[in-house]
Design a protein. Structure first.
Length: 308
């Protein structure tokens, strides 16, 4: 994966509105099969069965060193969708900006204890930091700007890359999924998240410059796998901010599928004004606009994640 080459393309005029509808193709039997934005036939992903008991959790890091690609939005809405299917979810805000906490209606500057305290203070139990959210079945480990100091303070610590894993271990048995919202960098905090995770979901904006940094991320993943977490795997690549009206988005999508194959989720998150609205409202799109295309997209993503 680390040999991934940046996309090269020439600018092409976008097609008209009548050219951007979803493509339908015929399968080998001559029947019509719907083809999604990834260029692959759309599969019917079954509704997951309910679980009788919870845990141990599968830990997934939402990671991309480029900012503004939809990491926080995807963490919130994937978590809410997993909870709709009866899974118990812990959302971990591991970004000093505290965007995940804000997106769930929590004001980071008003917090007395955050994940920073759980990492840096031995006397602080992780359960003292956990907070319920407005989403049934979802809890939050909040963050604020204090976490930025942890990256400096952890440098002198023994086993510094395992600090987050140590914090999460006592509660992994209480949840089905732990989703970690990483900061947009490849620093020590992100390495901690990758060391604690079983899998990585990489939100990738369907835009040329988003692809240029993927090779760096893959190198980091390979190093963490080799030195710290041999079981780490890429759960999936999630295409975000897809604009079906532009040929550019389609070309980027084609290049991503060519490079990563089945690692690319069938689910594609389109651009919509609904997502900024949900941030202001402090709740996921599944409750803010439950019948919207964005809500259904994240429900489909949740089904894919459970299936994988």
């Amino acid at each position: 994966m680390s040999t991934f080459e940046p996309l090269t393309m020439t600018a092409t005029k976008s097609p008209g509105a009548d050219e951007v509808d979803q493509v339908n193709g015929a399968d080998t039997n001559g029947t019509q099969a719907r083809v999604g934005p990834t260029g692959r036939p759309l599969r019917e992903i079954p509704t997951p069965p309910p679980v009788k008991e919870h845990g141990p959790a599968r830990v997934l890091a939402m990671c991309n060193q480029k900012g503004g690609v939809g990491k926080t939005t995807s963490t919130i809405n994937l978590g809410a969708s997993l909870a709709e299917y009866g899974r118990k979810v812990l959302l971990v805000d591991f970004d000093p900006q505290g965007a995940l906490s804000v997106g769930l209606g929590v004001q980071p500057h008003e917090l007395d204890r955050t994940i920073y305290n759980a990492i840096m203070e031995q006397s602080c139990d992780v359960r003292d930091v956990l907070r319920p959210t407005g989403i049934e079945g979802c809890d939050l480990l909040p963050s604020n700007i204090d976490l930025s100091a942890a990256e400096v303070q952890l440098v002198a610590e023994v086993g510094r890359e395992h600090s987050l894993l140590r914090v999460l271990k006592p509660v992994l048995g209480d949840y089905d999924y732990v989703l970690i919202d990483c900061q947009p960098s490849l620093g020590l905090l992100t390495v901690n998240a990758l060391t604690a995770a079983h899998g990585i979901i990489i939100p990738l904006e369907c835009e040329f410059f988003s692809l240029r940094g993927v090779a760096l991320l893959m190198d980091t993943i390979d190093k963490v796998r080799e030195r710290l977490n041999p079981d780490l795997e890429i759960t999936g690549i999630l295409a975000t901010m897809f604009d079906p009206r532009t040929l550019h988005s389609k070309e980027v999508m084609a290049r991503v599928v060519e490079a990563f194959g089945d690692k690319v989720f069938d689910t594609v998150i389109n651009r919509t004004v609904r997502f900024p609205e949900t941030t202001v409202a402090g709740e996921p799109i599944t409750s803010w606009a439950p019948k919207s295309a964005g809500a259904e997209a994240y429900r489909q993503l949740a089904r894919e994640v459970i299936l994988r």
